[in-house]
Each structure stands twice: as C-alpha cells, then as structure tokens.
Design a protein around this ligand. Sequence first.
Ligand code: NAD
Ligand code: LMR
Length: 381
Amino acid sequence: AALVSKPRNRGISGLKASSSISFELGSSFLGKTGSLRASVTTRVAPKAKSVARILPEASYKVAVLGAAGGIGQPLGLLIKMSPLVSELRLYDIANVKGVAADLSHCNTPSQVMDFTGPAELASCLKGVDVVVIPAGVPRKPGMTRDDLFNINAGIVKSLIEAVADNCPEAFIHIISNPVNSTVPIAAEILKQKGVYNTKKLFGVSTLDVVRANTFVAQKKGLKLIDVDVPVVGGHAGITILPLLSKTRPSVTFTDEETEQLTKRIQNAGTEVVEAKAGAGSATLSMAYAAARFVESSLRALAGDPDVYECTYVQSELTELPFFASRVKIGKNGVESIISSDLEGITEYEANALEALKPELKASIEKGIEFAHKQQGAAASV
Ligand SMILES: NC(=O)c1ccc[n+]([C@@H]2O[C@H](COP(=O)([O-])OP(=O)(O)OC[C@H]3O[C@@H](n4cnc5c(N)ncnc54)[C@H](O)[C@@H]3O)[C@@H](O)[C@H]2O)c1
Ligand SMILES: O=C(O)C[C@H](O)C(=O)O
C-alpha cells in the first residue's frame, strides 16, 4: 500500500479552516436529518456546546472497499471533507491509485491511502473504525437487485472475511446489492468467524430516506432540510416502505398522493437505472447518502447522544430477523431500535408491511443459505 498524502496542515490553520468548512457542510446537509431533530418532539436536546466540543477533537479511520467505482469515488470525496476523519483508506481491485492521488490533493486534514488487490486488503483494514462496502456490480435496465446476487454475494463474502480477520470491532456499512441478502450473508460470515456483533453491522438504506425526504418536500412545498420520513422494511421494490404518515413535520396526504409517493420512492433506483440506460445505477445520490451515514456513525462514535438513522439491521421489530427501521446509534453501534414508527401506522402502510414480508424473508433466507453452502463447500475441500 502506498501512502499518498500526509496531512500537511495539522496545525491551527489547516485544521480550523477545513473543520469549519466541512463541519458546516456536515451539519447542514449530512448531519441534521440524521438526528431526531425534526421527528420527535419529546427528545431531550443535547447541549449544542458539549457536542461541538467533542466532535472536532475526534479522528477516525475509515476504509472504503470498492473505492474506485461509481459510488466509491464521490463517496471518497465526501468522506475526505469530514473533519472527523484522520485516515481515509481506499481499496479496490483496480484503478484505486489514481483516485487516491487525486483526492489526496484536497487540503482537508485526513490522510489518503490506497490499497490494491487482495494482498493489500489486510493492511487496509487493520485498525479502522468504519468500513464501507460499495464493491460489486450495479444493475442495468431490466434487472432486479436480486439479479446481482450471483456476483455480489461472493464479493461481499470475501470482503467480510477480511473484515472479520482484521477489524472485527469496526462498524460495517454494506451498500452492495442486493442489500436484503448481502447483510444476512455478512452476518453469517461474521458468525462463522466468531466475531458477529449485531450492533455493528448495518445495511445502508439511507438513500431511501434521502429520496423520500426529497420527493415529499417537493410534493408538499416544504423546506427540504426540515423533512424527515422514516423508511422501513428492506432495500428493494416493495420491501422499501416509506411511512408517510410518520413524516415530520406532520403533514397529511391524500390516498392518491400516498400511492404515488410510495411507488416513486420504491422505484427511484429503477428510475435512475433507466435514465442511465446501461451505464449503471445511482452513484452520486448514493455517495451523498452513504456519506451521511458515515458522518452519523462517526458522530455516534465521538459521543454525540442524538444520532438516529434508518438502517437495515438484525432486528426483533417484526418476525423477520433483519429489518430496516430507525435506530439510535451510539459508541457501540445500535443502542436501540425505535419501535414507535411502526405504532399507529395507516391501513395502507399496515397492508404494505404485511405484503413486503414474504419477499424480504425469501431474500434473507437466500443470503443465509448462500453463506452456509459456502461454509459446507469449504469444509469438504
Ligand atoms: N444500498 C444502496 O442504496 C445502493 C445504491 C446504489 C448502488 N448500490 C450498489 O452498490 C454497488 C456498487 O455500485 P457502483 O455504481 O459503485 O458500481 P461500480 O461498478 O461503478 O463500482 C464497483 C467497484 O467495486 C469494485 N470491486 C469489484 N469487486 C471488488 C472486490 N472483490 N473488492 C474490491 N472492490 C471490488 C470494482 O472494481 C469497482 O470499482 C452495486 O452493487 C449497486 O447495486 C447500492
Ligand atoms: O437501484 C439500484 O440498483 C441501486 C440502488 O439500490 C438504488 O436504490 O439506487
């Protein structure tokens, strides 16, 4: 692995200037909607001053696996802007050197390092606090996310094995599709390695929330920054369930609006895949969403007591073993799963929740079965 850049301005000017620029970006675009600020009236507000005191001192190591790809590159850029990051480690099987050299010229504090190919994966992962995994193939028009399973399941499996061996304590963010199956695969691999921590494995479903917030704000003429729509279930088609009745600020929807918005949020990934016409799926909005989730995780690690995000995790909220919902994230990962979003939902949402369960269950079982088969195959060699 080559060290591409060392932070030259560790002193007052470098750190202060970049902190204030990216901090403003982080808190106004990435961070704010990652809290319950707009969504729960009973929340006890943390003292702004004490959180501000904690955060600029903190510095974490973040690895991106699949860093030279369509998501990986803009995600690397956004993470490079975070004042909470001391090392940004970029790993890919190809083309990562140039990406790292390019990013390393940004005069923000973190040091950028590149790692290429399986032989350098262990050194990329040693000592990292957060691992983000967007490695894998994207959809083309006409494909479902599940059509990516055959290729991406194996990629996620091998990367998680390395995570288990080298940084089992890290927060793991899985972006690679089909998320509904790749997260259960990761869980099984971590179990096989004896290092599974249910609180630290996250399927990144933030993009669904980002989209729901955008579409609802547009439809209802609301100020975007204030809108917060919880999205539960999973991350594919009808398993994506926006709970529009739980939108904050409180807003009412006609049946027609509910139907139209729900379908648009569920099909938003396909909307992008079709618009890109064979050139891939969402990358820029995904990088934005993933950066928000990274920033939320880093704030949680730094002791911010007010970090809430929707994410696909091991859960007891329903009878399904994995389920996306709003969770509170703290220093040790998931602190609690917020059940109140599922209370008092509308009949439309309750029916949609029941309708998504068979598909989500099948995707979870497919992932678990894959991991078990691989283990069986390895044992018989
Ligand atoms: N969770 C979400 O909301 C969401 C949103 C958008 C895309 N995705 C998924 O993210 C994945 C990546 O999308 P993309 O547009 O960045 O694809 P891409 O093809 O542009 O980039 C993928 C990168 O992964 C790398 N890669 C492949 N195998 C690897 C391995 N074994 N180790 C390390 N790197 C490896 C490739 O070299 C490439 O640079 C896809 O599976 C896509 O479906 C998920
Ligand atoms: O739609 C895709 O295939 C990519 C991603 O899951 C998305 O929601 O944009």
